[in-house]
Unconditional design. Structure first.
Length: 420
């Protein structure tokens, strides 16, 4: 990585990465659809790849993706953000307050402003006062929950349809879609053709009755990539997370860029909370984030601190969540065969190509157990089904941890002048 200031050009903590070519993304998507089609044919569970499940996946993934993007902005600038959950909580209240008093777009703005305030507090504690990043984030989560509960009781308790723990119904954001496509695509989906029906289901899910906030969230993923990896501003932000001392010697105001990044982090996480209040639900409800800030953080780590990876991680959790909500234990059971085969393949690859005998053996043993469970049962108990999305996140992080690389200076306290 290089940083230019004036006529000088210096190297700042070069980041060794292997770029994924653009053509690999549609190829990977096609491979996923082929696998889902095979599972549908083998198990007979149609919900595993239906447009309803894929549409629900998109809706459930967006709050996680926004929280993950928030964590990405903060940690690329060198500030660990465990406080994403608290920022989302503030965003849920801000969305409700803004929507009630100014309409749905005021709700979007309110969510971002309240989340940004949480980010500003986290930046003040970690950047200016040097508080441990984990301590600051956990404290923010606790305080945000109490603040939101107090404000909800103060502003929603006396409103018609509201209470101390819930707001009145909120006005809806516009929904968009491509006219004339839904019915033809549904006809193709209902035919049950291999791969083609899955492709039609996916096309129907992304072109039918989408909340405009879903479209905005997807654009923010692309926008984050462009700003952080294609602009000099983004280069300066990332230099603060890789080598703030070197960045400061080249004239970068490290404190300022950290403040901007962490505040932006809060705004994005707050928008994720606003999504929960205004799209996933139609009202603010106490504790409706339900730990999604932490899951967004996990999606960011799974995605290796990159926007595309964040979207993939959020999509994985959203898919598991949608599947357990729509298909229950039978649908989750159908995935066991896929999980078992993937674990067997992963374990074999670890042993033969990476010479990691212990990790590979563990993956193979777990894979055999999962396949045996699939053959020996017809469904998954309800308690396990509800925990399936969280369990999937833990397993993916455990097996993906070998390739992860966080920003070099992430979580380290920096004091102005250390670069001189």
């Amino acid at each position: 990585m290089s940083l230019s200031v004036g006529t000088e050009r210096e190297t700042v903590a070069a980041e060794p990465t292997r770029r994924i070519p653009f053509w690999a993304w549609p190829l990977a998507l096609a491979a996923i659809l082929v696998v889902l089609s095979l599972i549908r044919l083998v198990t007979g569970i149609g919900d595993i790849s239906s447009s309803g499940t894929l549409g629900a996946t998109l809706a459930l993934a967006m709050p996680l993706a926004l929280a993950g993007l928030g964590g990405l902005w903060s940690e690329r600038a060198g500030v660990i953000n465990i406080g994403l959950e608290g920022m989302m909580i503030l965003g849920t209240w801000g969305a409700a307050f803004g929507a009630i008093h100014g309409g749905p777009w005021a709700g979007v703005l309110g969510a971002m402003v309240c989340g940004a305030l949480g980010g500003l507090v986290h930046a003040l504690a970690t950047v200016t006062f040097g508080v441990d990043h984990i301590v600051s984030g956990v404290a923010l989560n606790i305080v945000a929950l109490g603040v939101a509960s107090y404000l909800a009781a103060r502003f929603f308790g006396d409103l018609e349809g509201g209470s101390d723990v819930q707001s009145p119904p909120l006005p809806s954001l516009p929904r968009v879609g491509v006219p004339g496509l839904s019915e033809p695509l549904k006809t193709v989906e209902d035919q049950g053709w291999f791969f083609v029906s899955e492709l039609a289901a996916l096309a129907r899910a992304v072109t039918t009755n989408l909340s405009v906030l879903t479209v905005i969230a997807l654009l923010l993923v692309v926008g984050t990539w462009w700003v952080l990896w294609r602009t000099s501003f983004g280069l300066r932000v990332r230099s603060c997370g890789e080598s703030p001392a070197a960045a400061e010697t080249l004239g970068v105001n490290v404190y300022l860029y950290k403040y901007i990044a962490v505040t932006m982090s809060g705004a994005l996480a707050g928008l994720g909370g606003g999504f929960l209040a205004m799209v996933a639900s139609n009202a603010y409800r106490e504790s409706q984030t339900d730990g999604r800030g932490y899951i967004g953080l996990a999606a960011m780590i799974f995605g290796n601190w990159r926007p595309g990876g964040v979207l993939m991680g959020a999509g994985l959790f959203g898919f598991m969540d949608a599947l357990q909500l729509r298909g229950g234990g039978a649908a989750i059971h159908a995935l066991l065969l896929l999980i078992g085969i993937l674990l067997l393949a992963l374990g074999t690859w670890q042993i033969l190509r990476r010479q990691r005998t212990v990790q590979g053996t563990v993956a193979i043993v777990i894979g055999i157990a999962v396949v045996a469970l699939w053959f020996g049962s017809d469904t998954i108990p309800g308690d396990v089904t509800r925990f399936a999305p969280h369990l999937t996140t833990l397993l993916v992080l455990a097996f993906a941890s070998q390739r992860l690389r966080m920003p070099a200076a992430n979580g380290k306290v920096y004091r102005r002048g250390e670069g001189h």
